[in-house]
Design a protein around this ligand. Structure first.
Ligand SMILES: [Zn+2]
Length: 261
């Protein structure tokens, strides 16, 4: 899947590009720190061919274990789906989890094998309401539930193929394709209070890693955004940039989010 972001002007690019690259790079570090702080029980983790020694040393030094799940073809984006690789080379990664014990790792791998969304969601400490929402709508064909989240948000307005809804800043997942997100899951509603709590933890962890970034991320997330799925491609319009990402086959669907905090 290809994700492309095009800044709307050179001035915007100059002002934002460096912070945005940092936000993208820190995404894995934030998840790892959430595990260290006990906020989540399991962290999905990618072992990279060019630094796996450093990664494994850090994991072991921190008292965790890495449990491999499958080999994947390396992707530079934030795709939720991975292409399975049949060999290990510089273009492949090992996808797995980091956790505290072998017992948890085996239970997680089992849940994954059984497509047990509820169990997997619990390992990641996602809110029950959002886990149940995911389990209800995830069917393998609609591979992005942000439209469903909008339809499930109180007060949403439908106009032909457009749904407009209010969204709390941390629940804005419409620009996650480019690395800008505060939560790691589809919220059951853009106003879900339990999801907001996890978003707040994300900002706290980000603050501890790089104090210059939370305000930047909040600024990006609080802008009204339009998401437009057409012929399998998602187009994003944000005040600072245009973006495209791979979507799924469906009649045209448009989401307009207005951020309410
Ligand atoms: Zn929820």
């Amino acid at each position: 899947m290809i994700n492309r972001l095009i800044w709307k002007s050179n001035e915007i690019s100059k002002e934002w590009n460096d912070s945005c690259l940092k936000l993208k790079r820190l995404s894995d570090d934030i998840n790892y720190e959430m595990l260290k702080r006990g906020i989540v029980e399991v962290d999905r983790y990618t072992l990279l061919p060019y630094c796996f020694d450093e990664q494994l040393r850090r994991i072991t030094d921190d008292g965790f274990i890495f449990y491999p799940l499958y080999r994947a073809v390396s992707t530079p984006d934030f795709s939720a789906t991975h292409k399975i690789a049949d060999k290990i080379d510089s273009n492949s990664t090992v996808e797995g989890i980091i956790t505290h014990s072998k017992g948890i790792a085996i239970k997680y791998a089992e849940a994954l094998k059984n497509n047990d969304n509820i169990e997997i969601g619990r390992f990641h400490s996602y809110p029950d309401c959002c886990i149940n929402f995911f389990n209800k709508y995830w069917d393998g064909k609609i591979t992005d539930l942000c439209y469903e989240s909008a339809m499930n948000t109180d007060g949403h307005i439908i106009d032909k193929n457009t749904v407009e809804a209010e969204c709390s800043l941390s629940n804005n997942i419409l620009i996650r394709y480019f690395g800008f997100r505060a939560i790691q899951f589809f919220p059951c509603s853009y106003k879900c209070k339990e999801a907001i709590k996890l978003g707040n933890e994300h900002f706290k962890v980000l603050q501890s890693i790089d104090a210059s970034l939370p305000d930047k991320l909040k600024y990006l997330l609080k802008q009204a955004v339009t998401w437009d799925l057409y012929k399998g491609i998602i187009q994003i319009e944000h005040p600072l940039f245009y973006g495209i990402s791979g979507g799924y086959q469906h009649n045209r669907r448009i989401i307009k989010l207005n951020i309410c905090d």
